[in-house]
Design a protein around this ligand. Structure first.
Ligand SMILES: [Mg+2]
Length: 367
């Protein structure tokens, strides 16, 4: 099996409510959709949203990496040697993890279809359903409290609360407000998105421990580059610390697990450059006794379906942050994962299980 055609399409889908973190505000989910058609007619789907403040990848850079770097290489490859294919993607250029991820997931879609297996079974098949958390965007404490209650009423029992945007005292007020409103049975995890210094993080997290706010974990308290600070925080608090923006590649994961700079790793396909590299990160973590979460950027159901197949396939992946498609005001993907409240069911057909992408259903962005 060889690749006959690689197509890209810029798409945008409006969100129900703006998604706000310490790093950015997103009102519309923009993404580059990749469609790979094989010489036997099999079609694979992938996508990559531009997240310049996280990955450095813009819409134009993702598109040109797919068209000018990855496609010319891939047309020469054969799926019977897919090790060469994925090694080649990784070696084709420095960075560009989003473009690599979009192509990687479309190739895994094709591969698992050709083996007549759902992708999660092709990769290991550990579980066929998952439960996702739901994200509370960073706003004033009052608004966040109201949002948290509405998500709990919709059936979510794990809330991922965004903090780290302004004053540290406000972060404590945010979490106190949410805990007071939702009660003790709801799991609360925090994501500071690099918003604190190491000292601020230690002070805030200790304060929350003293207040008995029952925080499950804190994601990326410090800047992505500050691995020393990340370890300081991990060493100085009881609460679990999760690395997100500090770990893109397996090499960075190796440093984190070797030095115990965090307790957990959040793997995202857009950071790792796809499933092939994401598997390496998970294995490094697993042999070091460290569990992983799989999360995502603001992706449509294409990217989240790929991430969910990967996450479901592995025993060591124990936490799931797949709420992005639920934030979208419009459904543009047919097939893929199915949601029932917080539950996610993996499609049982071959590949990703995506049957069509309504490219015209999204807002088409000009190039
Ligand atoms: Mg995060």
């Amino acid at each position: 099996m060889k690749i006959a055609k690689i197509e890209t399409h810029r798409m945008a889908v409006p969100l129900i409510k703006p998604f706000k973190t310490a790093l950015r505000t997103v009102k519309t989910a923009e993404t580059l959709v990749v469609k790979i058609t094989c010489d036997n007619g099999i079609v694979g789907w992938g996508e990559a949203p531009p997240t310049v403040v996280i990955t450095g990848d813009s819409m134009s850079s993702i598109e040109s990496a797919v068209k000018e770097v990855l496609a010319p290489f891939l047309f020469k490859q054969d799926f019977s040697n897919y090790e060469e294919m994925f090694q080649g993607i990784s070696a084709s250029c420095i960075g560009n993890s989003s473009a690599k991820a979009a192509v990687d997931m479309a190739l895994y879609d094709c591969l698992s279809q050709s083996c007549q297996l759902p992708l999660y079974q092709f990769l290991g098949g550990h579980k066929k359903e998952l439960e996702t958390d739901f994200t509370v965007s960073v706003n004033g404490p009052e608004e966040m409290g109201e949002d948290a209650v509405s998500y709990v009423q919709q059936g979510f029992d794990v809330l991922k609360v965004k903090v780290g945007k302004d004053h540290v005292q406000t972060d404590i007020d945010r979490v106190r407000e949410i805990r007071a409103r939702v009660g003790d049975d709801i799991k609360i995890r925090l994501d500071a998105n690099q918003g604190w210094t190491a000292k601020e993080a230690v002070a805030i997290i200790r304060k929350m421990e003293d207040l008995d706010l029952q925080i499950e974990l804190v994601e990326q308290p410090v800047k992505a580059w500050d691995i020393v600070g990340l370890k300081q925080v991990t060493d100085q608090v009881d609460t679990l610390i999760m690395a997100d923006e500090s770990v893109f590649s397996p090499k960075q994961a190796l440093e984190v697990v070797k030095n115990r700079s965090a307790d957990l790793i959040n793997i995202k396909l857009m950071k790792a450059g796809g499933i092939y590299q994401a598997q390496m990160i998970n294995q490094l973590a697993e042999i070091s006794g460290m569990e992983c979460m799989v999360g995502s950027m603001i992706e449509t159901k294409i990217g989240i379906t790929a991430a969910a197949h990967f996450a479901a396939s592995k025993k060591n992946i124990t936490r799931f942050d797949f709420d992005a498609p639920l934030m979208m005001a419009k459904e543009v993907v047919e097939g893929g994962i199915m949601y029932a409240g917080r539950k996610i069911f993996l499609p049982q057909g071959p590949g990703l299980g995506i049957t069509n992408v309504d490219i015209k259903g999204g807002v088409s962005l000009g190039s």
